[in-house]
Design a protein around this ligand. Structure first.
Ligand SMILES: C[S@@+](CC[C@H](N)C(=O)[O-])C[C@H]1O[C@@H](n2cnc3c(N)ncnc32)[C@H](O)[C@@H]1O
Length: 362
């Protein structure tokens, strides 16, 4: 599984003796579930940069050691002038080789995906507070193909941070759009490749921070994305939509949608082409409601394709497949993607394409 650098205490400027300040923070490196810490050594690079221009002010290496549960950061002392400017602290890990720059993590394909996902803080100092907000930004590239920036909250919420299957979904969709010959997913290729005469209507369920739908709108022209989740994600997902850069002809919006409630009749203008679901099958109790929403969406749009990305976390999740079949939703295609894990192991993500039975006979 991929590991994520998290701020247990977000960066802050501390006044030292007159005329000087230091910067401190507390980090850990943990899984999406927050249930295990990275158990191998990894070289990190701490970078203090200007918020506006990204100009690097100071860099220092740091080492995470196997067995650690947290790692304090203390930088400085610096001249008190540092506190006059809006600055950002990044903690980056470029694979297991010594990192040289705080460049975004590459999401182009799994061979480039680092084991440890880097973290950028919210700005602090200057017009901002001396303590940065309880947020962490993930930056994904390469910039020529994707300049994705996604904010997460630093706390332990399930909904307000990125999960592994979402990362796999972005890589998978990106490879299909780029025409990667190693991926054979005819239904998705039909939807995502080539020129469109009308917008592609995409709905994401349980979008969390919105990384998958936002990435799609940044990669694809004529793509109208509706991200949905419980009200608790509205603030963070709206922040991500505000900084997103969809292609000129694409758009992204957020709607609250609880799987236990009625589907709004005006969702996606009453018609959807692609439904995205990433890492939403972890809780067996919510699976009947999730499948019921999927069934209603396909009744509304019989041609719709559903992409379900999941990482099997426990046995009870397998009921999802039975429920889908009972709902008349059939697995049309299955791909596997391997994400890096510690000690050179690999972690399996399943990408299931679902649709109505009619696709099977066609
Ligand atoms: C593990 S998170 C995955 C988030 C995101 N898809 C990702 O992969 O990064 C599961 C998401 O499902 C949402 N969810 C759970 N139960 C829900 C329900 N009854 N209605 C709508 N969303 C729900 C949660 O709020 C959360 O955002």
């Amino acid at each position: 599984m991929v590991y994520y650098i998290r701020f247990l205490k977000t960066p802050r400027l501390l006044k030292q003796k007159p005329g000087s300040v230091s910067v401190s923070a507390l980090i850990c490196i943990t899984t999406d579930l927050g249930d295990a810490f990275l158990a191998q050594d990894v070289d990190l690079l701490l970078t203090l940069g200007l918020n506006d221009s990204g100009k690097v002010l100071y860099q220092e290496p740091l080492n995470w050691k196997a067995g650690k549960r947290e790692l304090p950061i203390t930088l400085g002392p610096f001249s008190a002038n540092l506190a006059q400017q809006a600055i950002v602290l990044s903690v980056t890990a470029a694979g297991l080789k010594k990192p040289r720059s705080s460049s975004p993590d590459r999401l182009l394909d799994t061979s480039n995906l680092p084991l440890v996902i880097s973290a950028w803080s919210a700005p602090f100092g200057g017009p901002h507070s001396l303590v940065s907000e309880k947020l962490v930004e993930r930056r994904f590239g390469p910039k020529d193909r994707l300049g994705l920036r996604i904010w997460e909250e630093t706390g332990n919420s399930i909904a307000r941070h990125i999960w592994d299957a979402a990362i796999a979904s972005v890589i998978y969709l990106q490879r299909i759009i780029a025409g990667d010959p190693a991926v054979s997913a005819p239904l998705l290729q039909g939807l995502l490749q080539g020129q469109r005469t009308s917008p592609l209507h995409v709905l994401e369920l349980g979008s969390g921070c919105g990384i998958v739908g936002i990435a799609l709108a940044e990669l694809l022209p004529q793509c109208s994305v509706v991200l949905t989740d419980l009200p608790e994600v509205e603030e963070i997902v709206t922040q991500n939509i505000d900084v997103a850069r969809p292609t000129d002809s694409s758009g992204i919006e957020f709607r609250t949608l609880d799987w236990d409630e009625e589907l709004p009749s005006d969702l996606c203008g009453g018609s959807v082409d692609l439904v995205l679901v990433s890492d939403c099958t972890y809780n067996a109790d919510s699976l009947p409601a999730l499948v019921s929403v999927l069934k209603r969406l396909v009744q509304m749009s019989p041609e719709a394709i559903i992409l379900v990305a999941l990482k099997r976390r426990h046995e009870s999740e397998s009921i999802f497949f039975d429920l889908m079949q009972s709902a008349g939703l059939f697995s049309l295609h299955l791909d596997q993607m391997q994400l890096p894990s510690q000690h050179d192991q690999l972690d399996q993500i399943e990408l299931h394409c679902y649709g109505r039975e009619r696709y099977i006979s066609n």
